[in-house]
Write a protein that binds this ligand. Structure first.
Ligand SMILES: O=C/C=C/C(C(=O)O)=C(/O)C(=O)O
Ligand SMILES: [Fe+2]
Length: 285
């Protein structure tokens, strides 16, 4: 039975320096801190109670959470994964509270990155109170490192319900809804999160953040530019522990009936139609 993912829900990051990561997530990225504790912290970026978190630990151990519709779908997902030989565990009460979800299961994707499927991410009564005027409208997608994009694409599109929107060389951009992509599978010899995208309201927010990031000497690793694939205008920058963050605006929505996946060459102009070149190892052509 296909695992029906509704949406991407959260990322959970680890760092040796929670205080420095918190400073970045609030003062630079602009998220709202919630559930403050000494060794961990959650953040809001939209109506959901937690779309990102930092806790003390090894930065290579990232988690991406996806939303399933209900407990029955979650149980079926666990059965499907177990039948295929995946080791599945259920989240404890404390772990569910940290994530603000009613239930979740965890397993490792075929490349070895930790993935969670969760039910009922809690919504806050108000929207996120951003820590600075970054114009963020919400958490939108991740790049996932993939040791074998073909195999991992099979997992997300055949075992789960993702669809290919575009491919840049071997790199597929996968959608879970009408939004052009929620997952990009980035060929690499490692696993886990490659980048975290937040959507912003306008191109002015992208440019304003570019100026602020530059003033704070945050490494800009790509852009400002425009992806020919999704049409989004973007800037990418490096946060704590080498994690890449992206602000973008204007990601295309896809008509499920008529859209056909497209193949782009693995070359700079497929990543940016304005001529910017990524300073990101895995996107270097
Ligand atoms: O491979 C190109 C990158 C594409 C996009 C896009 O089309 O928006 C991304 O956001 C991305 O994967 O970072
Ligand atoms: Fe992206």
């Amino acid at each position: 039975m296909t695992i029906n993912i509704i949406d991407i829900a959260y990322t959970r990051l680890k760092t040796p320096d929670v205080a420095a990561a918190t400073d970045f997530a609030t003062r630079i990225l602009g998220l709202e801190p919630v559930d403050r504790a000494v060794d961990r912290l959650s953040f809001r970026s939209d109506s959901r109670m937690s779309t990102m978190s930092y806790e003390i630990g090894d930065p290579s151990e990232t988690i991406v959470g996806f939303e399933l519709a209900n407990g029955e779908d979650l149980l079926n997902a666990a059965k499907t994964l177990e039948a295929l030989g995946y080791e599945v565990c259920y989240g404890s009460h404390e772990e569910r509270e940290q994530r603000h979800v009613s239930e979740f299961i965890a397993f490792r994707d075929p490349s070895g990155g930790r993935i969670e499927f969760a039910v009922s991410p809690q919504i806050g009564g108000n929207g996120a109170q951003l820590s600075r005027d970054a114009g963020i409208t919400g958490f939108s997608h991740v790049g996932l490192f993939s040791r074998d994009p073909d195999r991992d694409e099979h997992f997300w599109t055949q075992i789960c319900n993702a669809r290919v929107s575009d491919r840049v060389g071997e790199l597929p951009l996968l959608r879970l809804s009408q939004i052009h992509h929620s997952i990009a599978l980035v060929p690499a010899d490692r696993c886990g999160i490659q980048h975290i995208n937040h959507q912003v309201q306008s191109i002015d927010d992208v440019q304003r953040s570019y100026a602020l990031l530059s003033q704070h000497k945050v490494p800009i690793v790509f852009g400002p530019g425009r992806h020919p694939t999704s049409g989004a205008r973007f800037v990418y920058f490096e946060g704590p522990d080498g994690m890449v963050f992206e602000y973008s605006v204007g990601v295309r929505e896809v008509d499920e009936e008529t859209y056909r996946e497209r193949q782009f060459g693995f070359e700079p102009k497929s990543f940016c139609m304005w001529g910017a070149t990524p300073k990101i190892k895995e996107l270097s052509t």
